[in-house]
Design a protein around this ligand. Structure first.
Ligand code: A3P
Length: 326
């Protein structure tokens, strides 16, 4: 393992205990760190990742706020980046995506750094080069080595109205022990989301951090929207591949490789796989909870017009001035 060991866990715990706290849907509550709210349980891993991860120039990092299309983007990027090793053709019954949940193939780095024995960093040596990882950490809080290196960042965001509804359904499926008691009304959940008090929120600052970075450093940060990916999955998959430095050749396009990947990574395909019905890649979350409807505009079925108005006004005030609209 090339990364140095460290002994700052005690210090991290002391730091976290001194930070502002709020109630959240997660039983451990939320802690405010560098202007964003984190599940207190996950924050030690976030800080260890931030302090100790050493990026390589060849790394690719998938970033999102939860419920924005992370699982989908992980599967698309994985299939495209490693297509020389793993043929994405329908005829290949051994493709890793058929036997592993996308979160088991593309790991969240803050999870890898969480709960390590004191003084040890996670062993990342077994990952294929180029390495493909993921995180939910906001742009300004990314490890210094990610900012300094030439590694690439692919960010996905989604209409906050659909995000909050997706999150509401997701939370309902989380193990009862990890959910905060008395956190059961959609109104309260929604109110906190609107105030920016939810995991990796405020959503507007999360999106704007990567939005601005994608404009300042387009070679470094590719900014995607879930809605665009739905509308033209093949076109965006080609953009993603080109950005990662592995564009599809004319021959591959002629042979339908792009379409094969789109099909393999579609919600209907992934949802039906045994591994995604029964597995558990990240503790406390069942793999099946990552696959629901995958629709644009499903929020109309769950959010009242006045609630929607409130969130739209927030988007108008925070995102629209920067040209970010949904
Ligand atoms: P819904 O709850 O609206 O259905 P994340 O992966 O960031 O946790 O986001 C989960 C959302 O993405 C869920 O949205 C889920 O259904 C949707 N999703 C998961 N896999 C997908 C896929 N292959 N294609 C499209 N949407 C997908």
């Amino acid at each position: 393992n090339s990364e140095p060991s460290y002994d700052d866990q005690q210090e991290i715990e002391e730091l976290i205990s001194s930070l502002p706290k709020r109630k959240g849907w997660h039983s451990s509550g939320l802690t405010l760190y560098q202007n964003f709210w984190y599940s207190s349980k996950f924050l030690p891993g976030v800080i260890s990742f931030q302090r100790h991860f050493l990026a390589r120039d060849s790394d690719v990092l998938i970033v999102s706020k939860p419920k924005s299309g992370t699982t989908w983007l992980k599967s698309l990027a994985f299939s495209a980046l490693y297509r020389a090793q793993f043929n994405p053709s329908e005829a290949n019954a051994n493709h890793p995506l058929l036997y592993s949940n996308p979160h088991a193939l593309v790991h969240f780095l803050e999870q890898k750094y969480r709960g390590q024995p004191a003084g040890q960093v996670p062993d990342l040596t077994g990952f294929a080069n180029p390495r493909l990882f993921a995180t939910h950490v906001p742009y300004d809080s990314l490890p210094e080595s990610i900012h300094r290196s030439h590694c690439k960042v692919i960010y996905i965001c989604r209409n906050p109205l659909d995000v909050v509804v997706s999150l509401w359904h997701f939370v309902a499926q989380v193990d009862a022990g990890d959910r905060a008691g008395g956190w059961s009304s959609m109104e309260e959940f929604f109110d906190n989301f609107c105030q920016g008090i939810d995991g990796y929120g405020p959503f507007w600052d999360h999106m704007l951090g990567y939005w601005k970075a994608s404009q300042e450093r387009p070679e470094k940060v590719l900014f995607l929207k879930y809605e665009d990916l739905k509308e033209d999955t093949a076109g965006n998959l080609k953009r993603i591949s080109e950005f990662m430095g592995v564009p599809f050749s004319e021959e591959e396009e002629r042979n339908g490789v792009v379409e094969e990947i789109v099909k393999m990574c579609s919600l209907s395909s992934l949802k039906e796989l045994e591994v995604n019905k029964t597995g558990r890649s990240i503790s406390s979350f069942e793999d099946k909870s990552y696959f629901r409807k995958g629709e644009v505009g499903d929020w109309v079925n769950y959010i009242s017009p006045s609630m929607a108005e409130r969130l739209k006004n927030i988007m108008e005030e925070t995102l629209s001035p920067f040209g970010l609209t949904f």
